[in-house]
Design a protein around this ligand. Sequence first.
Ligand code: ZN
Length: 86
Amino acid sequence: MSQEAFYYQVQMQEEYEMSKIKEFAQEMREEFLASEQEYCVYCGDEKSEKYDCCGENHYASFADLGEDVQTAILDEEIKQYEKATK
Ligand SMILES: [Zn+2]
């Protein structure tokens, strides 16, 4: 295989993986949006009975979170996903 063909293949492979991750992120976003789970608006931790993440008491559903927090939650899921698929 020529070097060019090799690089082309590597690039295709990377693009394929990126598209899988984007697809996954989109699915996760939809799942989160449909979920009743509430999150801390400050750090994005899931609300639970015992766990008090940053001493604040302000929770919102995923859809009501700021985009930064939404992205942070999704990034965390993507990291888990990448770990699981490698
Ligand atoms: Zn918090």
